[in-house]
Ligand binder design. Sequence first.
Ligand code: TEU
Length: 566
Amino acid sequence: SEQPPWWTRAVVYQVYPRSFQDSDGDGIGDLGGVLQRLDHLADLGVDVVWLSPVYPSPQADNGYDISDYQGVDPLFGTLEQLDELVAQLHARGMRLLMDLVVNHTSDAHPWFVESRSSPDSPKRDWYWWRPPRAGMAAGQPGAEPTNWHSFFSGPTWELDEASGEYYLHLFDRRQPDLNWENPEVRQAVYAMMRWWLDRGVDGFRMDVINLISKDVGPDGELHDGPPVPGLPYGDASSSVVCGPRIHEFLQEMHREVYGASRDRLLLVGEMPGVTVEEARLFTDPARGEVDMVFQFEHVQLDYEGSKFSPRPLRMADLKASFGRWQAGLADVGWNSLYWDNHDQPRAVSRFGDDSPRSRRDSATCLATLLHLHRGTPYVYQGEELGMANAPFTSIDDFRDVESLNHFAQAVAHGEDPRAVLAALRRMGRDNARTPVQWDSSAHAGFTTGTPWIPVNPDHAEWNAAAQREDPASVFAHHRRLVALRHDDPVVAFGDFTMLLPGHEELYAFTRSLDGDTLLVVCNLGGREHPLGELLPEAVGAGLVLGNLPEADPAVLRPWEARVLRT
Ligand code: TEU
């Protein structure tokens, strides 16, 4: 049978360049810094680097608001440095994914500047422009063309005074949505993608790519969504998540862009709200769409509605979600596996226990659980070091537009600022954006200047230098997990079977391939459990990889994970 694609045994490492390593002392990470740290990535053994945006951008959403798709912002360096990064990664047998942000551009992109210049502009239809709601005056509250609320609070429509028309932005008002119904837009995006592939990049992580097809009804119009409790707006999801032409657009992209390069590429669709059933279609190789998707089910189990309304995570929900995705993509398609990225709080604080006693054990336990599932694991910068949420104390500590907009809207609606701040501290995206902690020196070796966001004070103890030579470190454990995936085909390809589905603290499963079975047992809690009683076959099995020193095989200690060959 034909060889499985190369990325089925790969591990991806996400670099958020702004917070990775600064090389010119301006306090903001850059490409020069990434080039300085390639040995760290090679030492970890990862195969692919997903680079968050470094394109020219006003930085309204830290680069996810792009004003030139074919360049590098001077903040981050030069196109030559990006070419050097491609060459350096390839020299190490690694590959580079660029972040493709084409659901929207920056409002400073020449396309939008032209589109906004006049209702008669040739690029007017490159974006979503609409008159005020029938019978209402431009600027009147409620006159927005639909009642949708933005991911970043407020309405998704911004009034352009000059024309009296509104433009659509699912995210910040500085991120106008491109109109993918317009074939000129699609062709311009495809040409840009081909330009990057010609420079040697190895694929794309496609930002909110399942939002590009909006559901325009038979009248070509966008319609209101159901009201959202507690918000003056409605929910856009039914009109914009996995819209009617999404598969058509991705297949067209596949036909028009990848060509002969296809087999060397990795194409990852970030898809908020995607279901397993839809992911079977998106990732079925026969359909020519994407290779894998970033889904959001497991990172939406510990809140109700808004991410800023947290609730305790139930283990049964976590197992049901992971189990559903493992089963759903077992016979077709492929899973992405992640806890962390630049949009999520730090895993060890959110799903583990970042207290001094349990931080190392829970970080390595969570990593073992994730990396032993079937799919491609993603390591977010600092996750391999057990980096934790930051000790934010005031709203002035936050930088992220999502958090700042939410705080303003929530306080304006009368919520207690301290309660809102507590939710931001727990779930805010800035938790993932504090600088990577390289050593115990000032600013953790991230910059010789003043960091754009404070370094977590715990870098004195939690940093790469302290861990690289320590076989018991979070880093060393991640290195072993990556090696295991490369060396053991059961890890990459074995069938997944969930065990102990009802257990509140133990998460156990098997991976089987041609009669070779691995048993994985993880204790996601602070109490010991009698493994011998619960899974007798675990006790005599050979230990392939554990996160704690070997002890009584019949007892699973707090935050202990074991990979066993039965
Ligand atoms: O994120 C899309 C997205 O769904 C997240 O904004 C998520 O909904 C939110 O963070 C959860 O509260 C992508 C990028 O990863 C993110 O950084 C950008 O802000 C966003 O798209 C817009 O480009």
